[in-house]
Design a protein around this ligand. Structure first.
Ligand code: LUZ
Ligand code: MOS
Length: 756
């Protein structure tokens, strides 16, 4: 089963927002943004720009007819700055011109006079200053104080994780065209068509029904278009609203890198208590989240960190507290994993430190504490399967880890400067939006008189293949070839009130909604066939593109039953709604069952470090992943491989740096921000998909499990494998529990160790 867009992509004929032919009269937008990290606006000089060739309008906050507010959870984000700027890249004015060149030329002629204010980029400093977006939040269970008093070992430490640029291939893009009256049609590269629709309506002061958002596909997103596609779409819509002309707004790569937020850097304090055997009895952790200048999705991301505070482990006494720290950086945002990778890194760091201080092998501590059936999470939910332990044990076998360890040991004895390291990384991820009400989806299915099927849902195709999965499910319900099905663009007038395509759950939820709609149509078709065949519809089914009675195929084909149904005036369309069953969460007690299920697996990572150069190579990653009853094994494999590499990139080479004085992003081009390329992929990636637990009917998609985010965290193992290799060269070397482990950091750490 393939990704149905593959052929279009290979031929270069798939259509992205930027490929849509521009209607006559299209204006081009360039956005003027703050050059200053924090300051009071004294004046914006726009007169030069407004007079330049081709310029039609320069839009500022004063031109906004509705609310200058695009916040979604916390209302703290203006579309265009008014009195103060809070980060470099914050939009201040929009220039509309006849050509893109003219727009950028005029935008570059704008200038802002500001009185600089103190800029903060360190989350701990923001916390000290009391600059939190919302009050701190704590998840807890048991009593850590009592437990720590009885522990044989108490391990304390700090850790830091870096940010990460999404680097979707397609930058933020919008094309907005005017309709009748105040109606608008917006094509936006967003994961959240409904957010774009809702916030456009708010900013323009018009009802939501006047705004239609339509999306064919995105060129990648990874969370970077869950909230941060919205401002650009709304700016184009504002331009159309004010001029009556189509407006196109596509960020240049440099602008996209500077102006949009990234994965949240975190800083951690932790205390872990263990008994004499290595059993973890207590876990206290503080998360200082670098939220950036406005809230965006930061509070939801912090919440997911709290949900994943114990990683793949069972710990009876826990206090996890999170702080959303407001800093003068571009608003950090959703990124594959959504706060869970940060929580899992600090957990592994603490276990590593515990192993160093107790002398108990790290894998012994990890294995001993893994979750098993019946264990409860700090948030009260029970873990009801054994996938964590089973995948760990299977991964040991699958990767031949004890043999590999011996071989690495021998290699390390034989080589002076090349050293190998190995680590095991258990991963657990909860599936569902932690915000319970978002766990709903709907679908609209039409069967046409030739038997072809058109499906609309709220899911956004961004390369992950969600449309392929939805087609498979529809084809399965009707028992027809998948080629007869088509997934239409995601359109807010066909599918309303959609949740973002996020939280790994778009296929689960929208696929289930589509299946419900298809089953409804199927039952109407079988009613018609029952009349034709003069029998009871309960004896009939659709199979192999035919109507069957019991075990016998009738002469009525799919096309015939469709045509007959139409001729007898039967509705061949259906709308359906799906709400994930059984989930709830009480925010006042911080307890509940927030997840439909969990996804678990284990990776084993082997690396070689060149300790003279500081460079490294990931030799092999072996993964045992519980995918349930897989619907599309090839797509699943693609998601695991892609997420793994993205995870490895996060902990190894992807480094964001800001100028200390100006707070300007230094990693603002592809020459200064490095993501893994083909040369830094592991030599070998072996993935074993295990079936694991059986999901209940209506949870997951036909028994398959969500796949988008969980495998990201397999990549964390690379950090610990590199550390092990470094310490094989120089046992005293230690870089601090800090990501990313760039080659520079490896080298500096190893040479610093040599000097000691
Ligand atoms: N987005 C969101 C997400 O709004 N809520 C979530 O829980 C979530 N989880 C993962 C990725 N995106
Ligand atoms: Mo997301 S991090 O947009 O699932």
């Amino acid at each position: 089963m393939k990704h149905f867009d593959a052929m279009l992509h290979v031929k270069g004929i798939s259509i992205f927002t930027g490929d849509i032919p521009e209607p006559d009269g299209t204006l081009h937008a360039a956005v003027f943004t703050s050059p200053c990290a924090h300051g009071k606006i004294l004046s914006l000089n726009a007169s030069n720009a407004a007079a330049m060739a081709g310029v039609v309008k320069v839009i500022t906050a004063e031109d906004i007819p509705g609310e200058n507010e695009i916040g979604n959870i916390v209302m703290d984000e203006p579309l265009l700055a008014e009195k103060t700027v809070h980060f470099i890249g914050e939009p201040v004015a929009i220039v509309l011109a006849e050509t893109r060149r003219q727009a950028y030329k005029a935008m570059n002629a704008l200038s802002l006079e500001v009185e600089e204010l103190q800029a903060v980029t360190d989350p701990r400093e923001a916390a000290r200053l009391g600059d939190l977006i919302v009050p701190p939040r704590t998840f807890s269970c048991g009593n850590t104080e009592n437990a720590l008093a009885e522990c044989t070992h108490v391990i304390r430490g700090t850790a830091e994780t870096g940010g990460q640029e999404h680097l979707y291939l397609e930058t933020q893009s919008t094309l907005c065209t005017p309709g009748e009256g105040n109606a608008l049609h917006i094509t936006s590269s967003t994961q959240s068509p409904t957010f774009v629709q809702k916030i456009t309506a708010r900013v323009l002061g018009i009802p939501i029904h006047l705004v239609q958002v339509d999306i064919l596909r995105l060129g990648g997103a990874f969370g970077g278009k869950e909230d941060q596609a919205t401002p650009w779409a709304v700016m184009a819509a504002l331009g159309t609203h004010l001029t009556g002309r189509p407006v196109k707004l596509i960020l240049k790569r440099h602008e996209d890198l500077v102006n949009t937020g990234k994965r949240h850097p975190y800083s951690f304090d932790f205390t872990m208590g263990l008994d004499g055997h290595g059993k973890i009895l207590a876990w206290e952790v503080d998360y200082y989240q670098n939220s950036g200048a406005v809230s965006d999705l930061s509070t939801a991301i912090l919440e997911r960190s709290l949900f994943h505070s114990t990683g793949s482990y069972f710990i009876p006494n826990v206090v996890a507290t999170g702080y959303c720290c407001r800093t003068n950086l571009a608003p950090n945002t959703a990124f594959r994993g959504f706060g869970a990778p940060q929580a899992m890194f600090v957990m592994e760091a603490a276990i590593h430190k515990a192993s160093v201080e107790t002398g108990i092998p790290i894998e012994k501590i990890q294995r001993m504490n893994l979750l098993q059936t019946g264990d409860r999470f700090p948030y009260g939910m029970e873990y009801t399967c054994n996938e964590v332990r089973d995948s760990w044990d299977l991964a040991e076998e699958f990767s031949h880890v004890s043999y590999t360890r011996k071989a690495a040991h021998r290699f390390n004895n034989e080589n002076r400067y090349l050293k190998k390291g190995i680590s095991m990384m258990p991963v657990l991820f909860g599936i569902s939006f932690t915000t319970t009400f978002l766990n709903q989806a709907s679908a609209l299915v039409h069967v046409y008189t030739d038997g072809s099927v058109g499906i609309s849902t709220g899911a956004v195709e961004m390369g992950q293949g969600v449309n392929s999965r939805i087609r498979q499910v529809a084809a399965d319900v009707f028992s027809i070839p998948v080629e007869l099905t088509r997934v239409e663009s995601t359109n807010t007038s066909r599918t309303a009130n959609t949740s973002p395509t996020a939280a790994s759950s778009a296929a689960d939820m929208n696929g289930n909604a589509a299946a419900i709609a298809c089953r409804e149509i199927r039952s109407r078709l079988l009613q018609v066939a029952a009349v034709e065949l003069n029998c009871d519809a309960s004896n009939l089914q659709l199979k192999n593109s035919h109507v069957w009675i019991g075990k016998e195929q009738t002469s009525i084909s799919w096309e015939e039953v469709v045509t007959t149904s139409y001729m007898s005036r039967t509705d061949l369309s259906s709308h359906a709604h799906y709400a994930t069953p059984g989930i709830h969460f009480n925010k006042s007690t911080e307890k509940g069952n927030p997840f439909a299920y969990h996804v678990a697996g284990t990776s084993v990572t082997e690396v070689t470090v060149d300790c003279l150069l500081g460079t490294y190579k990931v030799d092999r990653v072996s993964i045992v992943h519980n995918g349930g009853n897989q619907l599309n094994p090839l797509l699943d494999r693609g998601q695991v491989e892609g997420a793994l590499l993205q995870g490895i990139g996060w902990v190894t080479m992807e480094e964001l740096a800001w100028d200390e004085r100006t707070k300007r992003l230094l990693a603002d081009t592809l020459a200064t921000y490095k993501v893994p390329d083909i040369h830094s992929t592991p030599d070998e990636v072996n993935i074993l998909f295990a079936r694991g637990e059986e999901l209940e009917e209506g949870v997951g998609l036909k028994g398959s499990k969500a796949i988008g985010e969980p495998p990201f965290m397999y990549g964390i193992g690379a950090w610990f494998a590199i550390l092990e290799a470094m310490q094989a060269f120089n046992p005293g070397s230690f870089p601090g529990y800090q990501t990313p482990m760039t080659p520079e950091r490896v080298l500096m750490t190893l040479t610093a160790g040599n000097r000691n």
